[in-house]
Design a protein around this ligand. Sequence first.
Ligand code: GLC
Length: 524
Amino acid sequence: MTLLDFFRSILRHLAAMLIFPSTLKHLGVSPKTSNAEVTVVKTTDDMASLDTLKEEVMRLFRYPCTMRRMLSMSSALRIQYKAKLQESEACMLPSYCHTMPTGQEKGTYISLDVGGSTFRVALVELLGRDTRPHPMVIKRMTSSKIDERIRKLPSAQFFDWMAGRIQDMLEQEETPLISNEPLPLGLAWSFPIEQTSRRGGRMQGMGKGFSCHQDTIGMDLGTLVEKACAGRQLNIRVEAIVNDSSATLLSQAYLDPATSMGLILGTGTNVAAYLPTSCMGKSKFGTRDPAWFEGAEKVITNTELSMFGKSILPETRWDELLNLQHQLPDFQPLEYMTTGRYLGELLRLIIVEAVEMGELFHGVMPEPLLERYSLDTEILARLEEDKSRNMTDSVSVSVIQQAFALKVPPTLREISFLRTAAESISYRASAYIAVAVHALWALQRDADINPAASRGKSKTSIACNGSVILKYPGFKDRCEGFLQRMSKTGSLTRVFASPKIVLQATDEAAILGAAVAVALADVP
Ligand code: GLC
């Protein structure tokens, strides 16, 4: 770099601070600004301003991701977790599952997996951990898309639609499964509920665009499913209901006893963790039979992790804007910065700014991106997949031209801007997920919480499920890398010898885990 270039670069940074006052926030100067207040000043150095914004995006998203900052965020989160373990009706929700599977549970069960966009019904056979090659077998499965029409169905019709899909699956079986004895069924539910027994729970707000909670809040979910099935002469009994994160944990724990957490990162995010009951306030358990507590040293806990992180995880001005425009501002801070539903929207907001500056797409916002949430996270993944550095072999050029309906192909400079923004957004997302998971891992080993912390246990396996963690290029490995470094660098290493955290990819974990939950329900 020549001396002239050096001074130019300093001037550009100073200009960026004037244009984007929130840059100063991270220098500890002025903490409050919103995108709406930003005055757009075009610099004379037009060629440089897209690059300046690119550098700024990179800097702001990567700023929190140093080991020192990540460890300090993790400690702060652990304090939030501890507080919510004492009192909260919304998160750190203990289930009724207090034993982990031994891997010896056997049987055939009907399993349901109600996700944000897919409903699966399966007949699952558990054969035992040592059965090779398949300890768990999906004997039959049907998968139905939950589109906008289904999402908006009122409860009676939604549960009848579910019962219809269960009926379809059962009718495909040659040997009729319906007899006088009710068929045992397990349900993985990707929404919060207030669990009242292993097989029941009160409906809560569902989010993710669903309507069927509106006339059922407080009603028992198990009864709603059973009634809908009875309406179609299906003799089933709901034996277990688990959150999708708990189902993921159970399915992997069936195979590997080192598993003590289940992480979901797809449209939404959540973690189920196996935690000591003694670390939770009395009110967390509602009214339970005293006999339950006798056997319950630890319990699978639905953390509803997405709700944590406010005022701990630094936000950029694009996060502030997304939050401000959200139906439920501040409701799920971690989710808004890490999941499939939001990564695309963050990129879209950055694009809006670059277009308004007149620096991208000749200052015209592409038609398909005008609506909020119109940029699919898949596009970020495609940009990151493409490692080419020139126009001739760049897949991104055609991907972007098509997805954004551009009349002329994007320039290499524009592609490079978009790619850097995608990389920055996903880099921070993997760091924040690592921070939130590390804080839970440390909580499990915290002597205050868990006096009998498994000091000898050097390996923690975290079962992973969901499109972002399983499919987004490089995401899981980067997240695991962060976790490894954090666990080694953190002060806990002084107490525990070289801990190892493994992110274990799973396959059909929610549906399999629901079957494991039924098998466990047989255990008194
Ligand atoms: C949302 C739900 C949570 C679920 C998660 C992953 O955050 O609140 O219950 O586990 O999405 O599907």
